[in-house]
Design a protein around this ligand. Structure first.
Ligand SMILES: *Cc1c(COP(=O)(O)O)cnc(C)c1O
Length: 397
């Protein structure tokens, strides 16, 4: 049975899958089972933050696996404690960390924290969480309910948890807050919603307002965090210190890990939240290696160089292909180019794959780029050369 047939027969078909069989990679190059090379401008979906087969990361994983992979969270776990320290140092403010296995799970924990905060700090319980249109917060029931896109809430999966409400944009939050509201959850740059970022001043005003009212700001940095937008956290760019930040995707370089970072260091006590796998030796050893690599790239200035190099390529695309695209969006190495319509976007992504460069979609019309943060200039050049071929092909069809 070939791989496609095997997948179709035995794996639940919850994805509209491409059937290229990638067998290995190195840096931002991927190879399929016929040895054909692809340039990876997607890193999974912003996960392989240090590229494929990164020596430092694979060595850390192998060495850890040979010693101990897992023990329960009832024991202290050395790399977990060290990773928490590193994360707090990189955040730049006093906080503590809880480790989960994924983004959605980190958001679930953040929602629980907010609800507890709203229970113990007010005379009458506050529990409602406001989220923003076009947001994406994950696939578990609460995270899905927090995701402010109606298409994610079909009747098929009802009933959804109570306590979530939606606004179109930041200005609408103020009127939406009622006696029972405890928190606002926001992605500073919406990853799935079109790589659109919110105005810095408006976010700062919101953060100040919430703080004055003793309400919580939860920033979902599952996609934007871990240097994706140029700083360790995008909230660092916005110069805010949120009550709770969730991260995941890039943190383990592909090993599943999520984390909740909070300034409310005593918000949960023993027994109130937990996980079997979260923060085990393997994932936190991977996280430590990833942060070693990325914090060095940031400090040495190479990350900024890569970001600027990539940005120039996008400028070139927008200038040369104004018949296909309207503008570039995003920041750091979380970028988008907005196509004139969704048919163009779909054709570009398909033709790019044919030309052996992997890009993603976002929102309705946006072609999204989430390359590894260690991508080289040579890989960027090659990727865009192929991407331009895909654009020429899109033009004639
Ligand atoms: C990917 C993502 C999630 C969900 O993360 P999972 O690991 O798939 O559960 C949540 N929020 C944002 C902003 C994301 O990009």
């Amino acid at each position: 049975m070939n791989l496609e047939a095997l997948d179709k027969q035995y794996v639940l078909q919850t994805y509209a899958r491409d059937y290229t069989n990638f067998t290995h990679g190195i840096g931002s190059k991927l190879y399929d089972d016929k040895g054909v090379e692809y340039i990876d401008f997607a890193s999974g979906i912003g996960v392989s933050s240090v590229g494929h087969a990164n020596k430092h990361l694979t060595q850390a994983i192998c060495e850890q696996a040979q010693k101990i992979i897992h023990i329960s969270n009832l024991q202290v776990i050395e790399p977990q404690a060290k990773l928490a320290k590193k994360i707090v140092e990189l955040c730049g403010y006093d906080a503590k960390v809880f480790f989960a296995n994924s983004g959605a799970e980190a958001n679930e924990g953040a929602i629980k924290m907010a609800r507890k905060y709203g229970t113990v700090n007010f005379d009458t319980k506050k529990y409602k969480i406001i989220s923003l249109g076009h947001s994406f917060h994950g696939r578990t029931l609460s995270a899905l309910t927090a995701t402010a896109q109606e298409s994610f809430h079909p009747d098929t999966f009802a009933p959804y948890p109570k306590g979530f409400s939606y606004v179109a944009n930041i200005d609408d939050i103020y009127d939406a807050i009622d006696e029972e509201t405890i928190a606002v959850i926001i992605e500073l740059t919406q990853g799935e919603g079109g790589v659109m970022n919110f105005d810095k001043h408006k976010v700062q005003e919101l953060a100040k307002f919430l703080q004055e009212k003793k309400l919580l700001l939860i920033v979902d940095e599952i996609q934007t965090g871990i240097y994706r937008t140029g700083s360790f956290l995008e909230s660092n760019n916005y110069e805010i210190t949120p009550d709770i930040v969730t991260v995941a995707k890039g943190l383990g370089g592909g090993v599943p890990i999520g984390a909740i970072i909070t300034r409310h260091k005593e918000i949960l006590s023993a027994g109130e939240h937990g996980t079997t796998f979260g923060g085990n030796y393997l994932s936190t050893a991977a996280g430590l290696a990833v942060l070693d690599i990325l914090s060095e790239l940031k400090q040495g200035g190479q990350l900024q160089e890569t970001i600027e190099y990539f940005d120039k390529k996008l400028d070139h695309i927008i200038a040369q292909y104004s018949d296909l695209f309207i503008k570039k969006t995003g920041l750091g190495l979380m970028r988008g180019i907005v196509a004139k319509d969704d048919a163009i976007k779909n054709a570009v992504i398909k033709n790019a794959m044919k030309q052996r460069v992997i890009v993603l979609k976002s929102g309705r019309n946006t072609v999204r780029f989430l390359p590894s943060l260690t991508i080289t200039k040579e890989e960027i050049d090659e990727g865009f050369a192929r991407f331009e071929k895909a654009l020429s092909e899109t033009r004639v069809s």
